[in-house]
Design a protein around this ligand. Structure first.
Ligand SMILES: CC(C)(COP(=O)(O)OP(=O)(O)OC[C@H]1O[C@@H](n2cnc3c(N)ncnc32)[C@H](O)[C@@H]1OP(=O)(O)O)[C@@H](O)C(=O)NCCC(=O)NCCS
Length: 122
């Protein structure tokens, strides 16, 4: 446990360095109104979560439009399915630049807005 910078927290609160227990995690999500997660999904948090982010899809221009991007994305999604806890769906996200959008849509991705809006730190 690491106590936090006391100046930045309201009185009575301490930041713990680490992960919540499985029951704490499941309860907190539910209490905060987030979608429910199973105990196996909660247990996977410290070792590799049910949350996956796909970053940097790129095929060299000399090799584009041959189905390589599609093959790589399908292989990544298969690996994610294989590695994720068996109960409950993995949460897979990405930020889609223009050229990648048709590929992502073809593979089942939908826009997260307006429910969830992608944000980056600038
Ligand atoms: C996005 C990117 C990764 C796609 O890679 P890719 O290998 O060209 O993708 P694919 O070949 O699987 O699919 C791309 C298009 O080629 C078409 N295609 C696939 N095989 C083909 C073939 N044999 N002949 C002709 N066209 C083909 C697909 O139908 C697809 O068309 P669509 O976009 O109209 O649906 C690639 O364009 C890229 O690196 N772009 C620059 C970087 C970038 O913007 N990345 C996205 C970041 S979010």
């Amino acid at each position: 446990m690491v106590s936090s910078d006391k100046e930045s927290l309201p009185p009575g609160y301490i930041l713990h360095d680490g992960f919540p227990s499985v029951p704490e995690y499941v309860h907190l999500r539910s209490a905060a109104g987030l979608s429910p997660k199973t105990p196996s999904q909660a247990a996977a948090i410290p070792t590799g979560s049910w949350y996956f982010h796909i970053a940097d899809m790129a095929v060299h221009p000399d090799h584009q439009k041959r189905g390589l991007g599609d093959a790589v994305l399908k292989a990544l999604l298969a690996k994610i399915k294989q590695d994720a806890p068996a109960d409950g769906e993995p949460y897979v996200s990405l930020l889609a630049d223009g050229p990648g959008r048709p590929l992502y849509v073809k593979n089942g991705f939908v826009e997260s807005a307006p429910e969830s809006l992608g944000m980056i730190l600038k």
